[in-house]
Write a protein that binds this ligand. Structure first.
Ligand SMILES: Nc1ncnc2c1ncn2[C@@H]1O[C@H](COP(=O)(O)OP(=O)(O)OP(=O)(O)O)[C@@H](O)[C@H]1O
Length: 329
């Protein structure tokens, strides 16, 4: 089911949370809303869900204008960051909740609801935990219960607000991959909010980069990473070496900084300030003769071959530079 938001504006008092935002999500896509805190991601998600009424603009689902429809009429599943499960209900009862609050006409009978809850728990691989209470589960397991509960109403659209925000790195990674699989298996259209670049780039089909209530860029992960439309997008998506900031801007990523032990054409002299070895990577901080500090990243083995140490001289060259016109004002 496609989602279309057109010219959405939303003010909170004098603060403009969404300033003329338009976004089209094709049916079947997994889309990440990415941006710093306060940039409007959650507000847009809530507008799509019907939890927030825009000051102006329209929202359509599968071509149907739902701007004036309540959240319950939109066929949407919603998952929040803090898996808001009911503590006094078992896992199975939590999942069944979405079905049991449906209007009487649409509500399946008790046995059907129970069977459906078990089906969903099997889907999220938690059928064994049906009779447990949320407090007896880990954070990642609780988040899977929250997902099962959101899926209980058979939504065609799944909206997730920082669904893995509260979890530790390893569990996050696992749930991410798993969500991607589930999204495809159920042929959902999913939109999730994150401020984690890696998360957005790894699992989304499309990434929407927000800044101050506006969309800076929409594109595939490759598009936005390899061709950031604005300096903001470039800086937000990864560590940035600023090679020049007067007049035209020149940026380079750490993995595009090449180091050499010997002087070479186009290479500049610099001194190694710090070396951090992180897993298989070496992160090297160098300072050139103009005082500019740059970060370089390369596989640890490659760095070792250079045979240079902290305090010693090296030569660097940016392999790839991205340029932007001088900022106005
Ligand atoms: N109900 C509200 N009343 C007043 N201000 C609000 C309300 N909801 C959101 N805001 C403000 O609107 C701005 C955008 O909020 P929003 O939650 O959309 O940002 P976000 O990009 O999702 O950020 P985060 O990653 O921190 O959740 C924030 O400055 C927030 O304080």
């Amino acid at each position: 089911m496609s989602i279309q938001a057109e010219h959405i504006r939303k003010q909170f008092g004098t603060f403009s949370a969404l300033n003329d935002v338009s976004l089209t999500v094709q049916g079947g896509q997994l889309v990440a809303l990415l941006g710093p805190s306060g940039s409007g991601k959650t507000t847009l998600l809530r507008v799509i869900a019907g939890l927030e009424i825009p000051d102006s603009g329209r929202v359509s689902l599968a071509g149907r204008d739902v701007t004036d429809a309540g959240p319950g009429e939109r066929g949407i599943g919603f998952v929040f960051q803090h898996y808001a499960l009911f503590r006094h209900m078992t896992v199975a009862q939590n999942v069944a909740f979405g079905l049991s609050v449906k209007s009487r006409a649409k509500r399946p009978d008790k046995a059907t609801i129970q069977a459906r809850a078990m089906e969903l728990l099997t889907l999220v691989q938690l059928d064994w935990a049906a009779d447990r209470y949320p407090t007896q589960l880990s954070g990642g397991q609780r988040q899977r219960v929250a997902l099962a509960r959101a899926l209980a109403v058979e939504p065609q659209v799944l909206l997730l607000d920082e669904p893995f925000g509260a979890l530790d790195a390893a569990v996050r990674q696992e749930l991410r991959d798993w969500l991607r699989g589930l999204h495809h298996e159920l042929q959902l259209t999913s939109v999730f909010v994150t401020h984690d670049q890696q998360e957005a780039l790894e699992i989304a089909d499309q990434v929407v980069v927000f800044n101050k209530g506006q969309i800076e860029q929409i594109g595939t992960p490759d598009d936005v990473y390899d061709h950031p439309a604005t300096p903001f997008v470039y800086r937000f998506l990864g560590k940035t070496n600023v090679l020049q900031e007067e007049g035209e801007l020149e940026y380079a990523r750490p993995h595009d900084i090449e180091l050499s032990r010997a002087a070479q054409t186009d290479f500049r002299a610099a001194q190694i300030k710090h070396v951090h070895l992180v897993g298989a990577e070496a992160r090297i901080e160098v300072q050139d003769q103009g005082g500019r500090v740059l970060s370089a990243e390369m596989p640890k083995a490659l760095f070792r071959e250079l045979e240079v140490n902290t305090g010693e001289q090296v030569y660097y060259r940016p392999r790839r530079v991205t340029r932007y016109p001088a900022p106005q004002n």
